[in-house]
Write a protein that binds this ligand. Structure first.
Ligand code: ZN
Length: 330
């Protein structure tokens, strides 16, 4: 009996040593997501606006901010950016004003969200609460939130992009959506080289805006990340093609397909690895044209900064996703 007790004691001791080690496996990124989610949830209980609206607005602003040079990079957990004069009020002699009272007098939008009596542009809770207050001026339902967003951004596209993210977060119930998949299952025969920026190829625009993955007809083509189907149909150069907007505002373009996955619709939420179509050689002619070049998937990636969209090289990402999948299989 005593032996058993001793054994239990030793086991408990071992477990207590091992447990923190496994908790330590929680990455910095996971900690950030958790802390961010806490902020969104807190705001939801305060305002009755569901957390995924806050997550979507925050993520939209963060992704834009990361590709713009005219606004400072984010420092805290929340990516929403207010200009100092917007925060303190255009006529406020003190652009760094933190007094909710005088900010209010000068028509600034800055608010105190954490109850410390200070409206601090650099405090996550104050920033999120300030945006929440703007939304609350309109209402807590989707239609009113959309109007609030339009009034704030004055751009249809921004509202669409944010609402797309709302749908994605709502579907998966989490903000940890970093997983990716290689567009073609690794067990199929395929080959690709770094051809981005070459003279116009099949499906490019001015230059070759993508990577061509050569594979046989009907090789499965899969979504590479969490996102929303933005475009599906025919394009003179791209043939049958699909455009997916991911959670980071990156647009993924799949061209020259020989068909689409059954039931795939514009506006649909997709996840990495989900079948969206098959490799083909469609394009360079009226709808249905095919066979003018060898079958391949043209894969392009585009960034959006809130004003314009530009192509960047998908090759390093493809390499990385391919490697990650290979390692996960081992
Ligand atoms: Zn191509």
């Amino acid at each position: 009996m005593r032996k058993l007790f001793l054994l239990l004691l030793i086991m408990t001791f071992i477990i207590s040593i091992l447990a923190p080690a496994s908790f330590a496996a929680e990455t910095d990124q996971e900690k950030i997501y958790k802390a961010r989610m806490d902020l969104y949830s807190k705001m939801e209980s305060l305002t009755l606006i569901p957390w995924y609206y806050y997550a979507a607005i925050d993520q939209y602003e963060r992704s834009i901010r990361r590709v713009r040079n005219d606004i400072p990079k984010e420092e805290g957990l929340i990516g929403i950016y207010f200009k100092p004069e917007q925060w303190s009020g255009a006529l406020n002699p003190n652009p760094d004003d933190t007094s909710p009272f005088s900010i209010g007098i000068f028509g600034g939008i800055g608010k105190d969200g954490n109850g410390d009596g200070i409206a601090d542009l650099k405090n996550d809770e104050d920033v999120l609460y300030t945006f929440a207050s703007h939304l609350l001026n309109y209402g807590t339902d989707e239609e009113n939130i959309k109007i609030a967003l339009w009034d704030y951004y004055q751009r249809d596209r921004s509202v669409e992009l944010i609402m797309g993210k709302v749908k994605i977060y709502k579907t998966f119930g989490t903000i940890a959506l970093d997983k990716h998949a290689f567009p073609v299952p690794l067990r199929f025969n395929y080959s690709y080289k770094n051809t981005w920026g070459d003279a116009r190829g099949w499906g490019g625009r001015r230059i070759h805006e993508g990577t061509d993955i050569f594979a046989g007809y009907s090789t499965p083509v899969r979504a590479t990340g969490y996102g929303i189907v933005e475009i599906k149909g025919w394009n003179k150069y791209g043939g049958w093609r699909i455009g997916i907007r991911d959670i980071n505002n990156t647009y993924h373009y799949f061209a020259h397909l020989n068909g689409f996955a059954k039931d795939l619709k514009v506006g649909q939420v997709v996840e990495p690895g989900m079948l969206i179509g098959g490799v083909g050689s469609s394009g360079y002619g009226p709808p249905g044209t095919s066979g003018k070049f060898p079958p391949h998937l043209h894969y392009g990636m585009y960034k959006d900064n809130g004003h314009t969209e530009w192509s960047f090289d998908p090759y390093p990402h493809l390499k990385q996703w391919e490697r990650a999948e290979r390692q996960a299989k081992k």
